[in-house]
Design a protein around this ligand. Structure first.
Ligand SMILES: *Cc1c(COP(=O)(O)O)cnc(C)c1O
Length: 367
């Protein structure tokens, strides 16, 4: 058996017949920048995420950057976030001249709310929880802290479209939600794309303007902006993919259940899901000893895995100026050596999951 970690080629083969006419239709209108597909996409996301406003953008990273900027983050400010995210979460903070202040995570890879208050200073101007793996952070505790200290929350929901916390969708609980539609995300475009959600219509209209060079109307610029627009073509593709999202999420949840039932818990740690959350499994992550050996063994068996992420952000060369050291965040550092992402995409077959689980169990049981 040969099992790839993701299968974007299979996605294209499955969708090609339906998508080619859609692509033709969108391109025939010649609305390449701006356009009706974008307006449609924004209203679909607002409905899905139960928010007043959505702004279609060119990436999750720019959603974070614009979101932070519109929450007033500027030079010298501090933003609290976990150190085990994709690099873009911290990069967006740094690019505004602010400082990421990291807070360690729980055994489920999500920011530990009991450690947030200790990290708050008079410079803290936002909290950025990351719903890593498609699992929601403890938003009740985080929003309580937000209220207590009057600090806004920006959700890095890049991996969690459709996820819920106590029935509230990702991106609808904090002041701003930031999503990615990168080809590897559960709701994916065929290139870079992202979007921002909010109930604050002022933030939304400013984000829209800033994403378009700051132009209030043609040739009138009140603030220098960026070029962070979503392409109409990508919006057209996303409007097609969004119809499949529920199915994709339920297949991923089923795949996670299969792994959960089959993997030997004496050797494989799988973080418990909170009864308050609805997880969408952007990734399925296990924690194991002897990971390097296991990866090699699985590769020999034709199984590709991945690691999200092997190098914590605070230990990246780029983060040296922040002054963190090895040992600053023990849980994150410990997990970075033990986490392993297994294939869980919607194209994987039940017998393939069984094959993967059997091989993992065998690797530990035989020794
Ligand atoms: C993918 C991702 C981003 C960045 O999104 P892009 O669309 O690639 O810019 C940010 N944060 C997290 C947690 C992500 O997984």
């Amino acid at each position: 058996m040969k099992i790839s970690y993701v299968d974007l080629k299979a996605q294209w083969q499955e969708e090609k017949k339906e998508l080619l006419p859609i692509i033709d239709k969108v391109l025939s209108k010649a609305e390449h920048v701006g356009g009706s597909e974008i307006i449609k996409f924004e209203s679909k996301i607002s409905k899905l995420c139960k928010v007043k406003c959505t702004v279609a953008l060119n990436s999750g990273t720019d959603a974070l950057t614009l979101g932070l900027h519109l929450l007033g983050i500027k030079r010298g400010d501090e933003v609290i976030t976990p150190p085990n995210s994709f690099i873009a979460s911290a990069a967006s903070i740094v690019h505004l001249g602010a400082r990421p202040v990291f807070v360690d995570v729980k055994d489920d890879q999500l920011i530990d709310p009991t450690k947030i208050e200790d990290a708050i200073t008079n410079k803290t101007k936002a909290i950025m929880p990351v719903h890593l793996t498609g699992r929601m952070c403890d938003m009740k505790s985080i929003m309580n802290i937000s209220k207590k200290y009057n600090i806004p929350v920006i959700e890095d929901a890049a991996q969690s479209i459709g996820s819920k916390f106590m029935k509230s969708p990702a991106g609808s609980i904090g002041h701003v939600g930031c999503f990615s539609a990168h080809p590897l995300k559960n709701l994916n475009a065929f290139g870079d794309s992202g979007y921002l959600t909010t109930n604050d219509s002022k933030i939304a209209s400013k984000a829209k303007i800033l994403s378009n060079h700051g132009m209030v109307k043609r040739n009138i610029v009140e603030n220098f902006g960026y070029v962070s627009r979503m392409d109409n073509l990508q919006a057209g593709i996303l409007n097609y993919h969004i119809k499949k999202l529920n199915r994709i999420i339920s297949i991923r949840r089923k795949n996670a259940r299969l792994y959960n039932n089959m993997l030997n818990k004496d050797y494989v740690f799988i973080a418990k899901t909170d009864k308050n959350t609805f997880d969408t499994y952007h990734t399925f992550v296990i924690q194991v000893n002897n990971r390097g050996q296991l990866v090699k063994y699985l590769e020999k068996k034709g199984i590709k895995t991945s690691i999200h992420y092997p190098n914590p952000i605070h230990l990246q060369p780029a983060a040296e100026f922040l002054g963190y050291k090895k040992g600053s965040f023990p849980e994150t550092e410990q997990q970075s050596k033990r986490i392993l992402t297994l294939p869980i995409n919607q194209f994987i077959k039940e017998e393939e999951i069984e094959y993967i689980a059997k091989n993992i169990n065998y690797f530990y049981e035989r020794s």
